[in-house]
Design a binder for this molecule. Structure first.
Ligand SMILES: [Zn+2]
Ligand SMILES: [Zn+2]
Length: 267
């Protein structure tokens, strides 16, 4: 993976921030100057792309993302490997494993999408929030088309994890997705109040126990009777978003929908 282009992301983001405070003509000149000095490159492969200031993905990389397309479970969005009726539920939804009303994810958590999410989450390449939010728009729009969405709430990190990482990846995605969809983002009503070990390598039952009681709603008046779009970067068994849904519903939320940049799909 060519990451030579990576340092330009934060620089471009910083310049983009400065440009917000300048008059229109100065902004245009600055944009052209920046594009000349730092030609826009694809966030996936580093090839030059025709783009504005933000990080983006070239068409070739977009084609490699392994996006989830129909047929999939109409409740949780799990893709089916065989052609099947659009009303057919997956095994988890048939046995009521999920608390949320509907969930959708952009793509399968493997290949290039997994690589980009890793660079974003563990490599500190926060400028990758932009291309990830861009691909989150389609599944989020599908939900917003069928249900009124009042608020986007990112899955919170424990304060200790936030200090370690320096940012909440779901919150960064929520900021960009919120501005793309024109929906406000609530960063503070849902809290992670208990430290949990990473879910990696745990069974569904162990994951359930690991996140049990880990979340709480700090400001129920903000979620009461609201329709919430809960956002996480990756869904594995769905136990984290299920636990968040449970406390949001207890806090009075009318409906909880879930959207994620990726989900793991058993081969
Ligand atoms: Zn590319
Ligand atoms: Zn399902």
């Amino acid at each position: 993976m060519d990451t030579d282009h990576a340092p330009t992301g934060p620089v471009r983001a910083q310049i983009h921030q400065w440009s917000q405070r300048l008059p229109a003509l100065a902004t245009r000149i600055l944009k052209e100057l920046v594009a000349f000095i730092y030609p826009p490159t694809c966030a996936g492969c580093g090839c030059p792309v025709a783009s504005e200031l933000e990080a983006t993905l070239c068409l070739g990389c977009q084609g490699q993302l392994d996006l989830i397309r129909k047929p999939y479970c109409p409740v949780c969005g799990l893709p089916f490997s065989v052609e099947i009726s659009s009303t057919h539920l997956c095994g988890d939804c048939l046995t009521d494993q999920h608390q949320f009303h509907r969930a959708r994810a952009t793509g399968r958590y493997r290949g290039l999408l997994r690589d980009i999410i890793h660079r974003f989450k563990y490599g500190g390449q926060t400028f990758l929030a932009r291309p990830l939010a861009q691909i989150l728009v389609a599944p989020a729009m599908e939900l917003a088309h069928h249900y009124d969405v009042d608020l986007i709430i990112p899955v919170p990190l424990h304060p200790k994890r936030l200090r370690q990482r320096g940012f909440n990846q779901a919150a960064l995605l929520a900021t960009d997705l919120g501005s793309a969809l024109g929906i406000s983002v609530d960063y503070s009503s849902l809290k992670r109040t208990r430290w949990t070990d990473p879910q990696t390598g745990l069974s569904r039952r162990q994951r359930q126990m690991n996140v049990k009681g880990a979340f709480s709603v700090a400001r129920p008046e903000k979620v009461n009777a609201r329709s919430v779009l809960l956002l996480d970067d990756v869904i594995t068994t769905g136990e984290t978003v299920n636990q968040c849904t449970r406390v949001l519903r207890d806090g009075g939320a009318r409906l909880v929908l879930v959207v994620a940049a990726a989900r793991t799909v058993a081969m």
